[in-house]
Design a protein around this ligand. Structure first.
Ligand code: MG
Length: 249
């Protein structure tokens, strides 16, 4: 069932989203060669706690940290570690959530550690741009497939591929709510977009093939061919006046 949020809930979700956005910005600033992914996680969690919220991902289905940090060919769900030291030219995807009085904001971005290759930059730019193109398609009266199709067409036109197995999702009162928001699909298909919906839209884009594998740690998802992957995510609200980005920094 798709839960439409009340004005009161939307206002709390908006606050949670602002905290998540601030945490992501702080964590992103810490990305540089020589820093461990555990240190980046600590910075994100500290920011969230300092603002009176909780890191949504911590202990979610047993996840051991507050942020997912995925490097280079890791797509999503990387587990922060003191042993994982970021190198020059790495792509570092940080995904986190903040929970405030039971209301949740979910956001992600891929950051460059030092100088990255032109191809890595093009992958990041395309993924970020596709997120905003998907958001622009999230118009009341439209369909979820309008978002999916916009993201897919843009990324594939630039020669990249989209992960199928993981999708965006409803969010707000739970981390993962209905509906699912796939990054591939057909315009005009899927659930109707209605004011009061809050959605996490999150293209996961691979430089090579779309195929992925999950590591034996039970969490980390990598590209099967070892190619780079990027991930950007915003929580948005469907409003009568168009999509509102709640996790904008
Ligand atoms: Mg999400």
């Amino acid at each position: 069932m798709i839960v439409l949020k009340t004005a009161k809930q939307l206002s709390l979700i908006r606050e949670a989203c602002a905290i998540a956005a601030g945490a992501l910005e702080q964590a992103g600033k810490a990305v540089e060669p020589g820093v461990s992914t555990a240190e980046i996680d600590r910075i994100a969690c500290e920011y969230i706690a300092r603002h009176g919220a909780q890191p949504t991902f911590l202990h979610y289905e047993g996840f051991p940290a507050g942020a997912c940090i995925s490097v280079n060919d890791e797509v999503i769900h990387g587990i922060p570690s003191h042993k994982r030291i970021i190198g020059q030219g790495d792509l570092v995807s940080i995904d986190l959530g903040a929970t405030l009085e039971g209301c949740i904001g979910d956001t992600a971005a891929t950051f460059a550690a030092g100088d990255i290759t032109p191809e890595a930059k093009r992958l990041c730019d395309t993924t970020r741009e596709s997120l905003f193109i998907g958001i622009a398609a999230a118009v009341a009266g439209g369909r979820i497939g309008d978002i999916s199709s916009a993201i897919q067409l843009y990324c594939e036109s630039r020669g990249f591929s989209l992960v199928r197995e993981y999708t965006g999702h409803g969010v707000g009162l739970k981390l993962h709510e209905e509906p699912s928001v796939p990054n591939v699909g057909k315009a005009g298909m899927g659930p109707r977009l209605v004011p009061g919906m809050t959605l996490a839209i999150e293209p996961m884009v691979n430089a090579g093939s779309s195929a992925i594998k999950r590591l034996s740690d039970g969490w980390t998802v990598k590209t099967l061919d070892g190619s780079l992957s990027a991930h950007f995510e915003h929580t948005i609200a469907i409003t009568p006046d168009g999509p509102a980005i709640l996790t904008a920094s």
